[in-house]
Design a protein around this ligand. Structure first.
Ligand SMILES: Nc1ncnc2c1ncn2[C@@H]1O[C@H](COP(=O)(O)OP(=O)(O)OP(=O)(O)O)[C@@H](O)[C@H]1O
Length: 363
């Protein structure tokens, strides 16, 4: 439905994005995530038609809307945009704000579509109110109703919840996701808030160093990050050094991979025997030292473990406590433990690394 192919965007000699390729099926919600200045807004503006393209193409429903030699006018694109700052007209009530983009239709048709969109976002009782009479969340609902009222082919949302408080942001984002899904709208959202990306998106792309470093599900990004930057940027975790100490072909191994090469990985948390295929993203040879990603949920609290680590920091999160642990003076580790395992700073407890698959990067 949305196909972006080998897209490059720049301002004069400053390259912002290069060879970006992502796509969305009808009804999918995509999210572009990345640090400040990585080119999220520029990408959104190029899709909406406000920015020309230096190479590659953008297609919507198999029709090229932008390439290096062509830019379809914004008004012809059938793309709805929701901006960060709501951009509502202060002198118009909710109904008029929502109907504003429908002026090409007959008055009765415009009214019908505006009413439908207002109902969809749950503002039926507020349609005669003016923006200053609405809360931040309500104003953002108006902005969304206005963008979806013309039934666009594609909806673009530019950090739509960033000015709302965290509680409201979470509620509204999951509600807006339901509306988008229920209407089978294809949408692309940009944010620098990964919780929002995880809650909203079917597919997430992470921009860094002018590239989309990975385009996949939240699960892929968290558990199978393609680059060290994504491993670090998405979710929490630490890198610990590992050394590949031997290859073995051990058919007695509990790991059912007797045809595959096995690797011994030596770490500060013990020695692990793993089939090479479990090391998702790198090829290592004996003697190599690598960085292994350890997520807080990979490290289990285990009383009987002989491996004890000392609590150097803790953050209570309700159901869980996130511990910062020190082990043998090495780099601090993170461990997410159920909060009934309540340890204070300075105490020690047993830990065990659950190794299912391993993400390693070269040093
Ligand atoms: N109109 C412009 N003219 C020149 N350079 C620009 C223009 N707009 C953006 N840039 C530059 O392009 C780069 C990408 O900016 P962009 O606003 O797309 O980043 P972003 O990821 O949306 O950042 P943020 O999260 O801070 O909003 C930045 O280096 C910015 O300075």
């Amino acid at each position: 439905m949305l196909d972006i192919n080998n897209l490059s965007l720049s301002f004069g000699t400053q390259k912002v994005l290069q060879k970006l390729t992502i796509s969305l099926q009808q009804g999918e919600i995509g999210c572009i995530l990345g640090p400040s200045g990585c080119g999220k807004t520029t990408l959104l503006r190029a899709i909406a038609g406000f920015k020309s393209v230096q190479a590659g193409s953008i297609s919507v429903n198999d029709i090229i809307v932008s390439d290096a030699g062509y830019k379809m006018p914004v008004a012809k694109r059938k793309i709805g945009v929701v901006f960060q700052d709501f951009a509502l007209f202060p002198h118009m009530n909710v109904l008029k704000n929502v109907a504003y983009g429908l002026s090409k239709l007959s008055k009765s048709e415009a009214l019908k579509l505006a009413q439908e969109a207002i109902e969809l976002v749950g503002l039926n009782d507020a349609k005669s109110k003016y923006p200053h009479e609405l809360s931040g969340g309500q104003q953002q609902r108006v902005a969304i109703a206005r963008a979806i009222a013309p039934k666009p082919d594609l909806l673009l949302l530019d950090e739509p919840f960033s000015s709302l408080d965290p509680d409201l942001r979470e509620r509204l984002s999951s509600e807006i996701r339901s509306i988008i899904k229920q209407q089978n709208i294809t949408a692309l959202l940009i944010t620098h808030d990964q919780t929002e990306a995880f809650a909203m998106a079917d597919k997430i792309g992470v921009l860094h160093h002018q590239q989309c470093q990975q385009w996949g599900t939240a699960y892929d990004l968290y558990h199978e990050p393609a680059t060290e930057f994504i491993a670090d940027f998405v979710g929490e975790g630490v890198f610990i050094p590992v050394q590949v100490v031997a290859y073995e072909n051990d058919s007695e191994s509990k790991i059912e991979a007797s045809d595959d090469k096995l690797l011994w990985l030596e770490t500060q948390l013990g020695r692990f025997l793993l089939p090479q295929e479990y090391i998702d993203n790198a090829a290592f040879k004996v003697g190599d030292i690598a960085k292994m990603l350890v997520r807080p949920d990979d490290l289990r609290h285990q009383d009987e473990s002989v491996l004890k680590a000392k609590v150097v920091g803790r953050s209570f999160r309700g159901a869980h406590i996130l511990y910062r642990l020190s082990l043998n003076q090495g780099e601090p580790l993170l461990c997410l433990a159920p909060s009934h395992h309540d340890h204070q700073i300075g105490e020690s407890f047993g830990i065990h690394l659950e190794v299912e698959h391993v993400i390693c990067f070269p040093y």
